[in-house]
Design a protein around this ligand. Sequence first.
Ligand SMILES: [Zn+2]
Ligand SMILES: [Zn+2]
Length: 63
Amino acid sequence: MATYECEKCGMSVNATCGKCDAPLANDTLTLDGGAEVQISKCPNGHGKIKSPMCCGQDMSCSV
Ligand SMILES: [Zn+2]
Ligand SMILES: [Zn+2]
């Protein structure tokens, strides 16, 4: 199960694909400006979302 956890307050969320129920894989996306954004993507190609944030920072994936 892919679980994102906030390092500050300990809140956690489970991220799965809405179409195939697969745990989302952790990945990074490089923006045009060169900044890296942490994202979660479906391993079966159904799309990707930005990683959940909490306490002003990206939640880390503890798979
Ligand atoms: Zn938090
Ligand atoms: Zn999927």
